[in-house]
Design a protein around this ligand. Structure first.
Ligand code: DGP
Ligand code: NA
Ligand code: NA
Length: 220
């Protein structure tokens, strides 16, 4: 028996904002639910991404890295469509906005640090939001996107960073600006909600998220 189309909920945010914790809490509230985390390091393209994130001597042009993260999302496209058709409540832990925000942040970071020749025609693509969005166009659009945001000072107080690529305070500052500028461009899109997690514990954030989900009429 068909249960109708499922729902696609996206949780976005900086590293260490509690995305994964909230995603798993949310999953338990629905009987037919599935978590998909991006990057999905278990696929063929995901294994290259994992190598890129964990091994800093493995270099790739920024454009190539950008396209790989997008290609990784496309690897799961059919699965997402099938699950939605089967009535699943899907929670995505990161998706297309991370794709844009992290690449855009590399461009801004390089500009700030005057690294390389970022004004060359070779590298300016990662500073161009239209170029960055291109490869993700056509992926399923989330019914609701929750962007978990936090003051960088509070983020700095949280447990230590790992040592993957991107896990640097200075870089995260720029990633936050990138996310906020992307969501500013989308401010008329009422499927996007900014969730301020400052000074909030896990149950308080869960309650905020749950209120937004019920306000949107999302249920199973
Ligand atoms: P996570 O497994 O959520 O900690 O993600 C690993 C790192 O990769 C994290 O620093 C965020 C970054 N990331 C996630 N998605 C993308 C993406 O689409 N593009 C880029 N450039 N980075 C991403
Ligand atoms: Na991380
Ligand atoms: Na994370």
């Amino acid at each position: 028996m068909s249960s109708g189309r499922g729902q696609l909920i996206l949780i976005e945010g900086l590293d260490r904002t509690g995305k994964s914790t909230q995603a798993s809490i949310l999953l338990d509230k629905f009987s037919k639910s599935k978590l998909l985390k991006f990057p999905d390091r278990s696929t063929k393209i995901g294994s290259i991404i994992n190598e890129y994130l964990t091994n800093k001597s493995f270099t790739l042009p920024d454009q190539s890295a950008h396209l790989l993260f997008s290609a990784n999302r496309w690897e799961l496209n059919n699965e997402i469509i099938d699950l939605l058709n089967d009535g699943y409540f899907i929670v995505l832990d990161r998706y297309i906005y991370s794709g844009i925000a992290y690449s855009l942040a590399k461009f801004e970071y390089a500009k700030l640090n005057k690294e390389g020749n970022i004004t060359s025609t070779v590298d300016k693509q990662i500073g161009d939001v239209n170029w960055l969005i291109g490869p993700d166009v056509g992926l399923p659009k989330p019914d609701l996107t929750l962007f978990l945001t936090i003051d960088l000072q509070e983020l700095a107080n949280r447990k230590g960073w790992g040592d993957e690529r991107y896990e640097l305070q200075e870089f995260q500052t720029i990633v936050k600006k990138s996310f906020l500028s992307i969501f500013e461009l989308q401010k008329d899109d009422d499927t996007i909600e900014i969730v301020d997690v400052n000074n909030k514990d896990i149950p308080e954030v869960t309650e905020l998220i749950w209120n937004l989900i019920t306000k949107k009429g999302i249920h199973q």
